[in-house]
Design a protein around this ligand. Structure first.
Ligand SMILES: NC(=O)c1ccc[n+]([C@@H]2O[C@H](COP(=O)([O-])OP(=O)(O)OC[C@H]3O[C@@H](n4cnc5c(N)ncnc54)[C@H](OP(=O)(O)O)[C@@H]3O)[C@@H](O)[C@H]2O)c1
Length: 261
């Protein structure tokens, strides 16, 4: 790790911490001595996580509700006095986009994955600046670089990538590093990857703990982009440097049709 950022005794807020990547990240950052505010809608799951480690504090939030997100930020300010690291991880998959019947589903995906990230980033901006040097880690996706998978999901993650890229420049002068952290296939509750596990690329499916480790590394090094697992990175590079070749390969890949029918 090229730069050093002390984690111990700093405060991290992790959204979507009730399962998968968020839960693994909350555990990992708490093990490194951070005070972790673990936020999501399912409080029973968060309470169970918090019971594992005294440094983890459960808080309910719905990232589609601006008041709920603002209340979380006010609570963190009052109870913990700081936020040095915000991990915008809450997210949902998407279904196929075929017709008018799929519009609400698509807009729901955008609401959680894009507006949720914006609501949280806005609500914590002042606290992050006050705690600088600080970090925002936006969990995007390789689907936000390659346009594979359900269309609205890919669109939501392209938006996360664009938002993160632009903020990484404009917030640098405030002492806030903004990272787009793009996982590939990771088996979780919301993304079981059953389809992928039945294909020849099943070996590419990673674990939530792989992503948690990459998030820790991104916080410590202050990098603004990370693909995890790293072996997806050449596809991202190929997409931008040899687009026709990439598309010829992508046409032959098994299509992920989505996490909803
Ligand atoms: N797994 C993959 O293959 C993969 C690949 C690339 C990117 N990602 C991204 O990684 C992130 C985490 O996903 P995961 O794989 O760990 O899936 P997961 O286990 O289903 O976790 C999703 C988390 O988001 C929370 N969430 C959903 N809607 C929410 C809302 N309205 N308000 C607050 N929290 C909400 C869920 O908690 P509650 O239901 O309790 O609210 C849950 O904790 C997502 O952004 C996903 O797009 C995943």
């Amino acid at each position: 790790m090229s730069q050093s950022y002390q984690l111990a005794d700093k405060v991290a807020v992790v959204t979507g911490a009730s399962s998968g990547i968020g839960a693994a990240t909350a555990r990992r950052l708490a093990e490194r001595g951070m005070t972790v505010v673990a936020a999501a809608r399912r409080v029973d799951r968060l309470d169970r996580l918090a019971s594992e480690q005294a440094r983890i504090h459960a808080r309910q939030v719905d990232v589609t509700d601006t008041e709920s997100v603002d209340a979380l930020a006010a609570d963190v300010r009052e109870q913990f006095g700081a936020c040095h690291v915000l991990v915008n991880n809450a997210g949902i998959g998407g279904g196929p986009f075929r017709s008018r019947a799929d519009l609400d589903d698509a807009m729901g995906t955008i609401d959680v994955n894009v507006f949720g990230v914006m609501r949280c980033t806005a609500a914590f901006a002042d606290l992050l600046e006050a705690g600088a040097p600080s970090r925002v880690i936006n969990v995007g996706s390789v689907a936000g670089k390659l346009g594979l998978g359900p269309a609205a999901y890919a669109a939501s993650k392209f938006a996360v990538v664009g938002f993160s890229e632009a903020l990484s420049f404009s917030w640098a002068e405030r002492g806030i590093t903004v990272c787009q952290l793009n996982p590939g296939f990771i088996a979780t509750e919301g993304f079981p990857q059953e389809q992928v596990k039945r294909t020849p690329i099943r070996g590419l499916v990673g674990k939530p703990t792989d992503v948690a480790a990459a998030i820790e590394e991104a916080i410590v090094t202050g990098t603004t982009e990370r693909t995890v697992p790293r072996f997806y990175r050449p596809f991202v590079v190929l997409r931008h440097t040899a687009t026709p070749l990439y598309r010829a390969i992508a046409r032959k890949l098994p299509r992920a049709t989505g996490t909803r029918d």
